[in-house]
Design a protein around this ligand. Structure first.
Ligand SMILES: NC(=O)C1=CN([C@@H]2O[C@H](COP(=O)(O)OP(=O)(O)OC[C@H]3O[C@@H](n4cnc5c(N)ncnc54)[C@H](OP(=O)(O)O)[C@@H]3O)[C@@H](O)[C@H]2O)C=CC1
Ligand SMILES: O=C(O)C1=N[C@H](C(=O)O)C[C@H](O)C1
Length: 260
């Protein structure tokens, strides 16, 4: 913060580094950071580059859209350097979150935000699905993505299934009806916390999800479509601007949105 000649107070732009900068989402994030007056893109790091440039460039916040196999190493580096992190990369299970929590315990003023999906519509879709889950006998999830996606099912589908399962447990919902006793392995999708998840990989698609709920004589389908990776940028920038005020671990963009 400084006073300018006109006597008004100005802040210097927040210094941002991007990991996975040449990837499909990373490119979008670099462009969005570049276009924001209050942010400066100080480091663009991709596979094979020296991650230490994040430190030498003075990055205050790092955005990670890399790969589930490398993201933990990246975060260990950032937290050790006291650099806040906003993470879109998938692959976070309870063990990984616990490890990260341990690193953050030694760096109490550093914040890490992990969000399975940074698009506002996807956050709302997950919330609506959780809200509706207790009113229906059946709930299943279909996620549809581009065929270059590294993981299946998607992080968003896993998270949605967990939220749906938690809502049904809290409401005391009975198990979902399913008479299948024989069939081809895989035909009923993956079981995530008791919720069936089906993953499609389709050329031409980006990131899409349907939550299909059913009860006597009716169904409800909640669908979200990201038709452009630009859909992730506003949520990421929101996280970049807010994370310094949220030390510790935050899981889910919903915690930074004023939803209630
Ligand atoms: N939370 C959200 O809203 C979203 C999350 N995602 C997730 O983000 C991740 C990336 O997705 P996407 O952009 O499509 O994938 P891409 O493969 O297009 O991009 C990943 C980039 O990271 C690079 N990379 C690999 N290792 C490292 C490393 N150690 N340091 C720096 N860069 C590295 C890759 O290089 P190379 O190709 O040479 O290996 C590649 O350029 C996935 O986990 C995906 O599921 C995607 C969209 C939205
Ligand atoms: O790899 C992707 O593309 C996406 N990954 C995230 C996920 O696994 O949920 C978010 C979005 O679905 C796009």
């Amino acid at each position: 913060m400084s006073d300018n000649a006109a006597g008004t107070t100005t802040s210097s732009p927040l210094r941002v580094g991007v990991l996975g900068a040449r990837g499909k989402v990373g490119r979008e994030i670099c462009a969005a950071v570049d276009a924001a007056d209050d942010l400066t893109l100080v480091a663009e790091v991709d596979a094979g580059d020296d991650v230490d440039v994040l430190r030498t460039s003075g990055a205050q916040v790092v955005v990670d859209f890399t790969h589930p196999d490398v993201v933990m190493g990246n975060l260990e580096f950032c937290v050790a350097q006291g650099i806040h992190a906003v993470v879109g990369t998938t692959g976070f299970d309870d063990d990984r979150l616990a490890t990260l929590g341990g690193w953050l315990a030694d760096a109490p003023s550093t914040g890490v935000l992990i969000a399975p999906n940074f698009s506002i519509g996807a956050v709302l879709m997950m919330r609506f699905a959780a809200e509706a889950a207790r009113f229906y006998d059946s709930v299943e999830i279909v996620e549809l993505h581009h065929p270059t996606k590294a993981d299946a099912p998607s992080g968003t589908a896993r998270r949605t299934a967990e939220l749906v399962a938690a809502a049904r447990r809290a409401a005391g919902s009975p198990p979902m009806p399913d008479a299948t006793s024989t069939g081809l392995e895989g035909a009923r999708g993956a079981d995530v916390d008791g919720v069936r998840v089906h993953a499609l990989r389709i050329r031409g698609m980006i990131a899409h999800q349907e939550v299909v709920l059913g009860g006597p004589g009716e169904t409800l389908t909640i669908r979200h479509d990201s038709m452009d990776r630009a859909s992730f940028a506003p949520g990421v920038l929101l996280g970049v601007r807010a994370i310094a005020d949220h030390p510790g671990l935050t899981v889910g963009l919903e915690h930074l949105l004023e939803l209630d």
